[in-house]
Design a binder for this molecule. Structure first.
Ligand code: HAM
Length: 411
């Protein structure tokens, strides 16, 4: 038997109402906040992610589904299933000159993402994200607007009690100074650190800070290292930006915690970065991750444009929310006269009723058994009903049966 690929999952009938409910809430909350939906392709040129997400990241180094298409043809090209959607939305923003509209330009999206990771609870190889990206605004009001939208959406699906963790990475200048001081203080310990950290030391030293390796953790605990890590390194301008954002969040009563070790696993961030976690999720605890990426549009060939956004893992949201039940049919038509049953189904559905009927001409008792499992009412169309032109309607919750003369009384 051919089975679904490791790290992928079928979403079946009983889970669909909850998925739909999560998406309806996302659509409502984000549209109310002025985000319009954007759908970009699930595969893009590999180079987009190498340049956009960054070639020092785990995503680009180890986790991409990359294919060469076109074979030996001279037009062959390398494409990658999107591991995330920020780079794709930025590509679309540049390609369609969306910067011509006056800022902010605000988008939200939903769709599958692909990462070749080791599957575990809360971590899949194909998973879904709901996210937003906002372009054109430098002011901390944009960061507040994005975080507010994330929190309001979580509230709308009953997850209003999660805390936001946030940090400021500073602008490229302060980020660079910080990076250099981290390299300096960690240099004597490098031989004792894990291979990932050794690689990150060269390519992206900030990422060393969220290494989970025990030895590396011990090194970060050393006094002289801690002093550098927890040094308030960001410049005055970045500090003001961050503090203004915090004052907005206070005003909005959004609970947050500053986490100086929060650096995020993608290269494009600067200034604000944030995550929203749930302890109920175990080791893969982040439901939402995001931040500012003021340099990405320019880096991918557009005009310099500040931007900020986030994405949430829908499977993780799904595991936290209260599940919605599959809704019952309004009517199940019980009849051995297929033509009449089909006609009535057509008529009721045209009035927006959820209706099914028996297609096999089974005994009435079998049909009623089926009806009581899946519908609120059975409409019985026996010979008598058809001949005399009425409907026998049985309330399947209380068992009461009534005679109904007119179709309009069925509605
Ligand atoms: P990310 O932190 O890589 O950020 O992913 C965002 C969220 O997607 C995570 O918090 C998690 O809920 C979910 N997620 C990630 N990987 C998996 C996986 N393998 N299985 C299940 N869920 C997963 C980004 O993707 C950025 N593009 C977010 C962003 C948008 N930043 C700015 N704009």
């Amino acid at each position: 038997m051919i089975k679904a690929q490791r790290g992928t999952k079928d979403i079946l009938n009983d889970e669909i109402p909850t998925w739909q409910w999560i998406l309806e809430n996302a659509k409502n909350v984000f549209q109310n906040a002025g985000f319009s939906e954007i759908k970009t392709p699930i595969f893009e040129a590999t180079e987009l992610f190498q340049r956009g997400v960054g070639d020092s990241t785990d995503i680009v180094n180890k986790e991409m589904y990359t294919f060469s298409v076109g074979g030996a043809d001279k037009n062959s090209s390398s494409i990658t299933l999107r591991p995330e959607n920020t780079a794709g939305v930025v590509r679309a923003y540049i390609e369609h000159n969306l910067n011509r509209q006056s800022p902010p330009q605000k988008f939200w999206y939903f769709g599958p993402m692909f990462r070749y990771e080791r599957p575990q609870a809360g971590r899949q190889r194909q998973f879904h994200q709901i996210g937003v990206e906002m372009f054109g605004i430098n002011e901390p009001a944009a960061d507040a607007e994005v975080i507010l939208s994330a929190v309001e959406f979580l509230k709308s699906i009953g997850l209003g009690n999660l805390e936001v963790e946030l940090n400021s990475l500073g602008c490229p200048k302060c980020k660079n100074d910080y990076r250099n001081s981290i390299k300096e203080v960690l240099a004597p310990y490098l031989d004792d650190m894990c291979d990932d950290c050794k690689m990150r030391y060269e390519k992206n030293p900030l990422r060393m800070l969220d290494c989970k390796n025990e030895n590396c953790q011990k090194i970060f605990e050393k006094e002289e290292v801690k002093k550098v890590i927890f040094n308030d390194y960001i410049c005055d301008e970045c500090k003001t930006h961050f503090n203004t954002l915090l004052s907005y969040l206070d005003e909005l009563n959004i609970k947050y915690q500053r986490n100086k070790l929060l650096v995020r696993g993608l290269d494009y961030y600067n200034r604000t970065v944030f995550e929203i976690k749930s302890s109920a999720l175990g080791s893969q605890s982040a439901v939402c991750g995001g931040g500012r990426y003021d340099g990405l549009v320019e880096m991918l060939g557009g005009v310099p444009t500040p931007a900020v956004g986030f994405a949430m893992g829908v499977e993780r949201l799904f595991s936290l929310v209260e599940k919605k039940e599959v809704s019952k049919l309004d009517y199940y038509i019980v009849s051995t006269n297929t033509k009449e049953a089909l006609k009535l189904a057509q008529k009721l559905r045209s009035q927006n009723k959820k209706v099914e009927f028996d297609m096999q001409g089974r005994k009435f008792s079998k049909q009623l058994e089926k009806a009581s499992k899946c519908a609120n009412y059975a409409v019985i169309l026996g010979e008598d009903e058809i001949e005399k032109g009425f409907y026998s309607v049985k309330d399947l919750n209380c068992g009461e049966q009534r005679k109904i003369e007119n179709f309009s009384d069925l509605l």
